[in-house]
Design a protein around this ligand. Structure first.
Ligand code: COA
Length: 241
């Protein structure tokens, strides 16, 4: 399959949201946080993801999409991609390294307020959070903060891959690796480690190990008898400046 990996643009957001929703439909964290499928509101979820993408774009975070090119859709391949040219089949969102995560810049602070405001408006428009179990969301946030405090020991910070998703029909074709490579190469040039969390142990741990990540910890989110485990992985830079 021929695809191009390019920075996310505002116009790609709807297609990127659709790709991500499909990629994470069976994700263990997603199923734990949205624990009642009868309450799940796909439009509310799309609005929230779109707001997060706008937040990331306005903060200048490295966010890349894999798009089907015209040539790819016309080519007769073994596994033809039936999506129209320009469709997003993969998305990778990174946060840039922060030397002092507790000290925010004014612009990021302002963007966080804008994001909160948008979410508030969506809560009114969609009459709630679209099935998100808010208590579980805060359990996860608290555990994640604790895990990152323990594992983020590099004084220059980490490139944090907080979203990577490839459309089910485009998996195993190198799309995820190409998306990751863009920022991993930059991290290598800058001598900065990369960090990620995945709630899917298999096959993701093996996939990330192939990209140079090592398992460094686990996050256990407990809500009564329902537990969600996330695997933390770090990739050391290949060469230091
Ligand atoms: C995880 C995910 C992004 C990987 O994307 P992908 O495009 O399928 O991965 P790639 O084809 O680029 O494969 C990367 C490497 O992993 C290997 N790999 C791919 N699928 C594999 C599998 N099921 N088992 C073991 N290895 C696998 C590939 O062979 C490749 O190795 P190589 O470079 O040595 O050839 C994709 O499976 C996905 O979207 N999953 C659902 C959402 C998700 O879990 N996201 C991650 C949250 S942290």
């Amino acid at each position: 399959m021929s695809i191009e990996v390019i920075p996310l643009a505002e116009a790609d957001i709807p297609s990127a949201v659709d790709c991500l929703q499909k990629a994470f439909a069976d994700d263990p964290y997603f199923c734990w946080a949205f624990d009642d499928p009868s309450k799940f509101n796909v439009q509310r979820n799309a609005a929230s993801l779109g707001a997060h993408f706008r937040f990331g774009l306005n903060c200048g975070y490295p966010i890349y999409v894999a798009k089907v090119t015209r040539a790819a859709s016309e080519r007769k391949t073994e596994r033809p991609i039936t999506l129209p040219p320009g469709s997003v089949v993969g998305i990778c969102w990174w946060s840039s390294p922060e030397v002092n995560p507790s000290k925010q810049t004014w612009s990021v602070w302002a963007q966080e307020w804008l994001l909160s405001f948008r979410q508030l408006m969506y809560n009114i428009r969609f009459a709630g959070r679209g099935g998100l179990n808010v208590q579980r969301y805060w359990i996860w946030k608290a555990m994640q903060t604790e895990a990152q405090k323990m594992q983020w020991t590099n004084p220059h910070g980490y490139y944090f891959c907080n979203m990577l998703g490839v459309s089910p029909q485009a998996r195993g074709m190198g799309v995820g690796k190409r998306l990751m490579d863009v920022v991993m190469q930059r991290a290598d040039e800058e001598g900065i480690p990369c960090y990620l969390e995945s709630s899917k142990g298999a096959p993701n741990i093996a996939i990330y190990e192939k990209m140079g990540f090592e398992l460094t910890g686990e996050i256990k989110c407990v809500d009564g008898e329902d537990i969600c485990k996330l695997y933390c992985m770090i990739r050391k830079p290949k060469c230091k400046v």
